[in-house]
Write a protein that binds this ligand. Structure first.
Ligand code: 3HC
Length: 288
């Protein structure tokens, strides 16, 4: 099946990055947020990211303008009535996602494929509220989507081979490498990443070392681009908390249980870069 028009639901950290990547690959993109303020912030994030790509020589200024012109921002879901593929990147909450997909099932053409960028929730469960479970698939991008080369394509219980093939070909047309995984919370990457990030917080709680020392140990000792606390702030403490909770609910394995410090920081609104404070301070004059 040929994909020409893509609808991206959600213009947060992931949705804006996914919309940008699709537009840069030549697709017409409609990106929807729930209110004008969030939409404006998301579109500004896309602008800033493309500006950075131009500065770094990854993109011609003319191509950036053309890509921006292919993106329509909206708060109206009815604009998804002409899309061939929906990529959902809203909050990591099953009830919110089901509500959205029920609406999309009514609005979108019958041929449209539905993909969720969820990192931890069941594709099969989301698909169950639509009349197209065979056209429902997971497409899990990584932050920041314009830079990270991987997409996990997730096979729900009823996902057809044709849908897997279309999702795979689409992700490859964005310049991504695809791995296909089964519908099991965490898929491949988060199954390994989440216990590691939670263990770093537990190490901090135990007083093994400071956060700076743990980050330095991982960047220099393992060659990771970011240490666990820098990465937690980058991904978002709330997002990490939701993913860990979802995985803990599914597996009841203490490896996925959120440490008290993570929960406290989320409740305190210290969510990482996006809120200005997390394990580090990103406000002007903060310790960086
Ligand atoms: N568009 C295109 N390319 C860009 C870009 C953009 N907007 N921004 C940066 N780049 C390119 C740069 O040109 C550079 O390319 P080069 O190596 O060929 O020169 C490369 O990306 C690195 O950029 P910078 O040197 O500017 O470094 P930054 O500090 O801006 O960003 C980083 C670095 C890519 C974020 C790096 O620190 C990194 O890889 N961190 C780890 C990120 C990670 O692990 N992400 C996964 C999180 S887990 C997840 O998402 C799953 C979820 O479910 C939780």
């Amino acid at each position: 099946m040929e994909i020409k028009r893509v609808g991206v639901a959600g213009c947060g950290l992931m949705g804006s990055g996914i919309a940008e990547v699709c537009a840069r690959a030549g697709y017409e993109v409609v990106v929807r947020e729930i209110n004008e303020e969030l939409l404006r912030a998301g579109l500004q994030r896309i602008d800033a990211s493309m500006r950075k790509a131009v500065e770094r020589g990854k993109l011609e200024a003319k191509e950036a303008d053309q890509a921006k012109a292919r993106i329509t921002g909206t708060v109206d879901l009815d604009l998804f009535s002409h899309v061939d593929l929906v990529i959902e990147a809203i909050v990591e909450n099953m009830e919110e996602k089901k509500k959205l997909f029920r609406e999309l099932d009514r609005i979108c053409p019958a041929h449209a494929i539905f993909a969720s960028n969820t990192s931890s929730l069941s594709i099969t469960e989301m698909a169950s509220v639509t009349r197209r479970p065979e056209k429902f698939v997971g497409m899990h991008f990584f932050n920041p989507p314009p830079v990270m080369k991987l997409v996990e394509v997730v096979r729900g219980y009823l996902t057809s081979e044709e849908t897997i093939a279309t999702a795979k070909a689409f992700a490859e047309s964005l310049g991504k490498t695809v791995v296909v995984t089964k519908d099991r919370p965490g898929f491949i990457v988060n199954l390994l990443l989440v216990p590691y990030l939670l263990d770093a917080i537990r190490a901090l709680e135990l007083g093994v070392a400071t956060k700076e020392e743990i980050d330095t140990a991982v960047t220099l000792g393992l060659g990771h681009p970011m240490g666990p606390f820098t990465l937690l702030d980058f991904v978002g403490l709330d997002t990490t908390y939701y993913i860990a909770e979802a995985m803990y609910q599914e597996f009841k394995d203490p490896r996925f249980a959120a440490p008290p410090l993570l929960k406290q920081m989320v409740l305190a609104g210290h969510l990482g870069r996006k809120s200005g404070k997390g394990f580090y301070d990103y406000t002007a004059g903060g310790s960086g």
